[in-house]
Design a protein around this ligand. Sequence first.
Ligand code: ADP
Length: 469
Amino acid sequence: MNTASLNFRLVTWYAGVLTVVFVLLGAITFFSLRQYLEANVLDNQARRARQIADTLIARASRGSESALGAELESLYSPETNDRFIRITRADGTVVFASGAPHGGGFDPAQVPALAGTGARKIALGDSSLLLAAVPAVASDGSRYRVEVGTSARPLEETLRRLLMMLAVGLPVTVAVAVAGGFVLVRRALDPVARIAFKAEEISQHNLSERLPVVHSGDELERLSVSLNHMISRLQESIDGSKQFVADASHELRTPLTVMRGELESLAQDRGLTRETRETLGSVLEEVERLAEIVESLFALSRLDAGEASTEWRRFDLAELAATTAEQMSLLATDKNVNVACDSTAGVMVEGDPARLKQVIVNLLDNAIKYTPAGGRVRLSVQREPGYAVLEVTDDGIGIPAEALPHVFKRFFRVDGSRSREQGGAGLGLAIVKSICSAHGADIEVISTVGRGSTFRLRQPLAVGVSARS
Ligand code: ADP
């Protein structure tokens, strides 16, 4: 469980506050109910004591004290009613005291002889008595104290039951409330999870997509709308830079072609000195390199713009690979590298053959470029269930492990000086990657320094081509 999560913290706080509130509420209920019930019972005892004082005692006299007991027994039956009655003369002599109650709630012998009047709770060992005492005056002026009490046990039993209910009910209520809170918080955070999930999916390739807007009219709605505005601004800015590269490379193509033509015709002049001719040759080389870079940038910007290809058709990738390998064998022979093509015929795919040819050319060109004389390059096209697999393997210098994740990035070269000598600008594999993405194909590279590299392209077979056909 993630204790740092918002969900966990909210629910913990909620559970804590709820528990404190419920405990306080339970305690207040318990103590006020106890006070109310005790006061009520004491009030009843005081009323009964006053009744005895006003009726029986007021009519009696010192001489009729013995008859008082019989009268009290017949009128109030204290033992049967679990009641305590005691009449004490002003000199402290007990005139009447009820016996042990049938319910056994208290022991009357233990009730202390207290002075004064009023209502109070008296503890008697493990039980207690709610006792009220009132003064009484007999017809002959003799003074008495009338005490009436009852056991506190029934009341305590009621309170114990309430306590039990609170003890069981409180955790259950808190548990139900916490479970409800957990579900509510989860539901409240659900849109945030959806926004985060969508945000993870959005990259520079699908910047036209937007985050789901939560129509809650609160901060969450504002957040999703603001993030969408931010994505729109990013999209505008990225589109602007792409357009700039596209325009710049387009504008540079013509002057570079003119420069190359002019330099070539200048180099034809027989009257030039050797040094001038050499300088011209090196300038021409640089202009050609520049023209290649501009051409690559232009190609990339067109691919980025997702320009729909007019040449999209169904064709045999194996056949395309074989003819391309043959065309490039001249370059390989110049470098004394052996290029072999090994393909299963009839590997039908759908796409733009010119662009996929560019992929094969770039991969073969690299393989030849980075394989020393005497090395071998192998091109193969095979069929896997549902896919055409094209592989270019060489036994050349290989790519260091730390460079592998970057080789498809724009302008990335493993070793700047090494690539530059061989004319690379670090755009060849970026073009390969863009063309693959446009064709729904994956490309990966496996390489070991000093032992060679394998570039593996996996493209879905044309619809309607079974794995075995
Ligand atoms: P470049 O035009 O510089 O060759 P690429 O984009 O085609 O640029 O390749 C990027 C880098 O990957 C190159 O600089 C090169 O060092 C490395 N690389 C590409 N293919 C191979 C290969 N077959 N063998 C070794 N290194 C390679």
